[in-house]
Design a protein around this ligand. Sequence first.
Ligand SMILES: Nc1ncnc2c1ncn2[C@@H]1O[C@H](COP(=O)(O)OP(=O)(O)OP(=O)(O)O)[C@@H](O)[C@H]1O
Ligand SMILES: Nc1ccn([C@@H]2O[C@H](COP(=O)(O)O)[C@@H](O)[C@H]2O)c(=O)n1
Length: 275
Amino acid sequence: MRRAMERLTRGVARASERAMRGANGGTREPVSAVRAGAVTAVVTGTAASAIVAGGASAVACAGESESKNARAATEEKSDGGKGIGKGETKTPTVVFVLGGPGAGKGTQCANIVRDFAFVHLSAGDLLRAHMKSGSPEGNMVAEMIKQGQIVPSEVTVNLLLDAMRASGEDRFLIDGFPRNKENRDAWENTAGFDCDFVLFFDCPEDVMTTRLLGRNEGRSDDNIETIKKRFVTFRESSLPVINYYEKLNKVCTVNSDQSPEDVYAQTKGFFSKFA
Ligand SMILES: Nc1ncnc2c1ncn2[C@@H]1O[C@H](COP(=O)(O)OP(=O)(O)OP(=O)(O)O)[C@@H](O)[C@H]1O
Ligand SMILES: Nc1ccn([C@@H]2O[C@H](COP(=O)(O)O)[C@@H](O)[C@H]2O)c(=O)n1
């Protein structure tokens, strides 16, 4: 684990340099990854799954209650981890947790942590803590969050790696990451291992809007103006990432337009192999 983390840290500087050359806060993702007709569906409030290409795979994943790819990854890991990463004998288990703003990612991660041996790392929480530093970089992060924009990957990946290292653990729910292609590239170029699977909470925008406006945690981005911007960022930059993993049959989709209990009943099925 330690060697994997040291390698991650070395690699992140190189990847960040590459990513930062073209970084613009999350608008570089090709919208072509999203099916054309579906964009309208999202604008009108249809659940995001309507625009994720390869939806059949997601249904298959949900129907199985355990991702085929997650199982395959576990089988590889139980074989000493050979073939994962670059000569590492042990790699962390990572589940990326994605979904629109207010879809319920944090709420469900808390449930998973209670019942399974995972560390929850929220990219948004790490960035919010970082912005309180008052440093120039912290101020930049504060402004980008207020505008609903995606912070350059160098910042986020470093915060995640530091937190992973500090935990001393080897199973992580990484919530709200990767949020765009730049995030994903930075991860791929540095980690040397991919996620086991992506847990995608799918929820209509009108439902998410109501939840965010009722959250009442004093967040600078839980206001209607920023919420609209966050939805645009999600559609344009984050859904293509889900599309990408969908094509790899790695997405486990949960309909999060249900009570928290019902959402969790569906969610925990994907973690049975970790019990
Ligand atoms: N299934 C649900 N039904 C109703 N309310 C919910 C549900 N899940 C979460 N909430 C509430 O909605 C709000 C947003 O939930 P949460 O913070 O978990 O979402 P999130 O996806 O992590 O959001 P963000 O991406 O903005 O951090 C919270 O106030 C939470 O209590
Ligand atoms: N990978 C990420 C994750 C988050 N952000 C910024 O933080 C904001 C809040 O994120 P939540 O997951 O807590 O909703 C988000 O809108 C982004 O501004 C980011 O840049 N990169």
